[in-house]
Design a protein. Sequence first.
Length: 210
Amino acid sequence: MIFNEISEALQKGNRKLVITLVEQAISEGITAKDILEQGLLDGMNIIGVKFKNNEVYVPEVLIAARAMNAGTELLKPLLASEGVKAVGKVVLGTVKGDQHDIGKNLVRMMMEGQGLQVVDLGVDVSAADFVDTAIREEAQIIACSALLTTTMGEMKAVVERAVELGIRDKVKIMVGGAPVTDNFCKSIGADFYTDDAASAAEVAAQICAG
């Protein structure tokens, strides 16, 4: 089945083959939704599980994500015309004062691999930017990353800003990064802590699925 071929090509990071197979599937009249879910997302989910189990590492994830993005680009106009919407929307960023982005980028790839739409604000993001963007984009989740103990406190500011602007009951706040713990998450009033990118994506997908 072509879905398996797409999934396997993506797992190997074979971008050209993914493009060829996606184009072939489109020409065979398979819906963009099925190609996305049963081919591309299936492959990225397998990569996510392998990454969690230390069977593949960051370089393989990056290559697989690049192949997935190439396939997704071909599907975007078709998904729109089919009326297919993302599973949910996440505002993602590294907190103010912190310039680290590798962990954040991995989380974005894994979340996109779960069919979520990610608004990536980049690094050094203020609490106001996180919350204001979540309001504007009508996101269900704010996901904050920090790699420095000195910047973790900014996550509390994100929670406080969400309370201040009256959206705390409408948005879930996820936190992660090397120095962050579940206890810290609870102490600042955030909702979820996960210790790796694949778990973060799984939790986000579950939140959006309701």
